[in-house]
Each structure stands twice: as structure tokens, then as C-alpha cells.
Design a protein around this ligand. Structure first.
Ligand SMILES: O=P(O)(O)OC[C@H]1O[C@H](OP(=O)(O)OP(=O)(O)O)[C@H](O)[C@@H]1O
Ligand SMILES: Nc1ncnc2[nH]cnc12
Length: 173
């Protein structure tokens, strides 16, 4: 599984800015067998946490997240950037290198007291996933796992997230 994922993930140098090595995960979803095996692998891992819901982070957390939720028979909840969700929301503002950003969730999307898995495609600095975790807490629920396909180890996002909940990723660079 790891080898097939490594082979599918492309490195795009200098995207979206000079010096960034962008990990393009989109080829995984061109290969239905690999996609199916990835979903089953995540579902197996997630079962240990008896989750009540999976939250996915816009936008690439929406690729595998809903398929894993379907496999486990639990809700998939969208976390979006500010101003995109139509009904009443709960928001969380977090710091970026320069300035701030805001993530939102529908206020009625997560049943209070839920055990929630936060899923995204890739962990870099951990700022986005940490903010998603805070949002889950603001909804009266508990993040029980942060889960990614890819982790960029040299950015130390894991250290930051592990203060809140364990962190799982399949491929590490
Ligand atoms: O760990 P962090 O430093 O917070 O970075 C990781 C986030 O960055 C990427 O999303 P991006 O901001 O490119 O948005 P997109 O998925 O909508 O393209 C990635 O999909 C994660 O959501
Ligand atoms: N290097 C990277 N590749 C893909 N997505 C990212 N998001 C943040 N850093 C990234």
C-alpha cells in the first residue's frame, strides 16, 4: 500500500511558490483499486477510536473523507473556509505566518459529545488541522485522531497536534 501510494504521489517543484515541493495526491483518485484500498486502510485504523463522525477539511479532505465515513457508516462533516457554508455556523480564527484565517462548520452538524476524527490529505505546519480540532471542541465534541494521507515531517506539525489528540499518517516525507 505505502509503495503504491508513493508511486502515485507526484512531486511538483516550485508550486505554488518558488521553493515549495508540492505533493500532488490527485493521481491516487485516478486509480480505483488504490483509492478503494486507501479507504479500507483508513477505515480499519479509525475503528480503534470508535468515532461518531469524520470531519474533512476543505478542499482535499473531501476526497477520501466521505468514502471512509460511508465505509464506517458514520456522518461526514464539512469544515470550510469563511463564508462558504449556507446555514448558521460556528467559527474559529487561527494565526498564519502573516495574518489570520477562519474555518467554519454548521452549528448543528456535529452532535454534542461526539468522538470526532479530523481528516485531511496532508499535514504541513498543522495550523489548519489544529484549527479544525478547536472547532470540534467549540461544538462540544472531542477530536480523537488527526489523520492524513501524507505528513511533511520536517515542519513538525505532528508535535503541535499531539498536544490535542494522536496523529496518524500513511506516508511521511
Ligand atoms: O498543515 P498546514 O500548514 O495547515 O497545511 C496543510 C493544509 O494545506 C493544504 O490545503 P490548502 O491551504 O492548499 O487548501 P486547498 O486544499 O483548498 O487547496 C492541505 O490540503 C491542508 O489543508
Ligand atoms: N508541500 C505541500 N504539498 C501539498 N500540499 C500542501 N499543503 C501545504 N504544503 C503542501
Amino acid at each position: 500500500m505505502e509503495q503504491r501510494l508513493q508511486a502515485a504521489i507526484r512531486n511538483i517543484p516550485d508550486f505554488p511558490k518558488p521553493g515549495i515541493q508540492f505533493k500532488d495526491i490527485t493521481p491516487i483518485f485516478l486509480d480505483p483499486e488504490l483509492f478503494r484500498d486507501l479507504v479500507k486502510r483508513f477505515a480499519q485504523e479509525y475503528k480503534k477510536y470508535s468515532p461518531d463522525a469524520i470531519v474533512g477539511i476543505e478542499s482535499r479532505g473531501y476526497l477520501a473523507g466521505p468514502a471512509i465515513a460511508l465505509e464506517l457508516g458514520i456522518p461526514f462533516v464539512l469544515i470550510r473556509k469563511k463564508g462558504k457554508l449556507p446555514a448558521k455556523t460556528i467559527s474559529h480564527t487561527y494565526s498564519l505566518e502573516y495574518g489570520t484565517d477562519v474555518v467554519e462548520v454548521h452549528e448543528d452538524a456535529i452532535a454534542p459529545g461526539s468522538k470526532v476524527i479530523v481528516h485531511d490529505d496532508l499535514l504541513a505546519t498543522g495550523g489548519t488541522a489544529e484549527a479544525a480540532g478547536h472547532l470540534v471542541e467549540k461544538c462540544g465534541s472531542t477530536p480523537v485522531l488527526f489523520s492524513f494521507i501524507v505528513e511533511l515531517n520536517f515542519l513538525n506539525g505532528k508535535e503541535r497536534l499531539e498536544k490535542v489528540a494522536p496523529c496518524h499518517s500513511i506516508i511521511t516525507y
